[in-house]
Design a protein. Structure first.
Length: 174
């Protein structure tokens, strides 16, 4: 099984949890986030416009309403546009409200390097993990922990969490 297949398998499992909803750009259209959502029912997905701060804000609203949003940014560079919502709102919600609260959001993104097999352009080839790591729990796939374990840990957390997938590893053995 490849890393991509393992991620797709975990997304399918997560889609069976009633509170889970997937949102982002191309969760329904154009490749379904590099085919990792192919087995996720369309009615569990919310196709969003090209407005990353809106996508992250919608994920926060869904989490506050009792859902478990899986908010997907198909390239890490796009997360910079949503950094205010993620770092200053999602990660600070308990402090802003002055009480303990559950805010289960899984922010999922893909980092990619420039190469001829998947040329994402110079503007989409950066790894900004270090910007988000101080603010929310972060896991990078591939990792020494199996993909299935990482996503199962995420679903149990009731805090904003980031999973960074390395596109270069998608076709490697999981």
């Amino acid at each position: 099984m490849t890393v991509r297949e393992a991620i797709a398998q975990e997304m399918e499992k997560l889609s069976k949890i009633p509170e889970v909803v997937f949102l982002g750009e191309n969760v329904i259209n154009s490749g379904r986030i590099y085919h990792t959502l192919d087995q996720v029912p369309i009615d569990r997905c919310i196709e969003m416009p090209i407005a990353e701060n809106l996508i992250a804000g919608a994920a926060i609203g869904l989490a506050l309403a009792g859902f478990f949003p899986i908010c997907i940014f198909q390239r890490m560079d796009f997360m910079l546009i949503a950094a205010d919502q993620i770092i200053n709102h999602a990660c600070q919600m308990e402090k802003m409200c002055g009480r303990k609260m559950e805010l289960p959001i899984l922010f999922r993104t893909i980092k990619a390097e420039l190469n001829e097999k998947f040329f994402v352009g110079h503007q989409h080839s950066k790894d900004f993990t270090y910007i988000f790591e101080p603010h929310l729990s972060t896991f990078v796939i591939p990792h020494t922990i199996p993909c299935s374990t990482i996503y199962q840990l995420m679903i149990k957390r009731m805090k904003p969490t980031l999973v960074v997938e390395d596109y270069a590893s998608y076709n490697n053995t999981a």
